[in-house]
Design a binder for this molecule. Structure first.
Ligand SMILES: Cc1cc2nc3c(=O)[nH]c(=O)nc-3n(C[C@H](O)[C@H](O)[C@H](O)COP(=O)(O)O)c2cc1C
Length: 215
């Protein structure tokens, strides 16, 4: 027996909670960007995935910050404002050694105040774009803005990867990485509510049709 509901019967919050608590585990794209004055910003996004491998496009969904008290107009998160202005951003892979820092980087700070200072991590210069990356992230993808699609109060932001930084701790040679080798560099997964997953129990399942590339 299952219980079923038309999607239209959910309130906005109920649908958000259902998606948040059922589409999981989710990787966390830790997005660094800069504002018009060049000030750095860092925020986590778990509505995040690979959109295309060729060309390499990453995407994340940025919700609204809330509504402005007077006119009911939607307020945009700094990341979206920055990405719309600078048209560049970095997607940093979130390692479990920085799980707490990643969550704290979502604290609401006044515009222009740096999350890097707030969480005590260092920014490192990017090579092809202005926004900095997180120094020591296992992998950091420098992206130029490819497109933004708007759905209600969400913006689906897509960036084309222009340059890649790989921490030597996870580099295997020949452009390959192994993020699972050490616990520290394993990517965190976002679960429902305020739960997070650390990868601890992997198994190998090979495909019978031999369709698996590059194992
Ligand atoms: C693990 C985690 C995942 C999150 N995922 C998203 C997301 O996918 N989309 C979103 O709009 N906000 C998400 N948030 C909330 C934003 O990170 C938060 O609103 C942040 O303050 C935005 O920062 P900004 O205004 O500097 O862009 C997430 C927060 C956490 C802790």
């Amino acid at each position: 027996m299952s219980i079923s509901f038309p999607a239209a019967q959910f309130s906005q919050d109920q649908m958000y909670f259902l998606l948040r608590d059922s589409i999981l585990p989710r990787p966390v794209g830790w997005v660094s960007s800069i504002d018009a004055d060049g000030r750095a910003n860092l925020a986590p996004f778990s509505f995040f995935t690979v959109v295309s491998a060729n060309p390499p496009i990453l995407g994340f969904s940025c919700g609204a910050k809330g509504e402005d008290r007077s006119g009911g107009q939607l307020l945009l998160k700094d990341t979206l404002l920055n990405v719309k202005t600078a048209k560049e951003f970095v997607v940093n892979v979130t390692p479990e050694k920085w799980l707490e820092q990643m969550v704290r980087s979502s604290d609401p700070l006044p515009h222009g105040e740096s999350e890097f200072d707030h969480i005590g991590l260092q920014p490192a210069s990017s090579t092809t774009i202005k926004p900095p990356r997180v120094a020591g992230a296992p992998v950091a993808y420098e992206c130029t803005l490819e497109d933004i699609l708007y759905f209600g109060d969400h913006a689906w932001v897509m960036g084309r990867v222009q340059h890649v930084h790989i921490d030597e701790a996870v580099y295997k040679g020949e452009m390959r990485v192994d993020l699972l080798k050490d616990n520290d560099t394993r990517p965190v997964g976002r679960l429902g509510r305020a739960f997070y997953a650390r990868i601890r129990d992997e198994e190998i399942v090979t495909r019978k049709d031999g369709g698996q590339k590059g194992t």
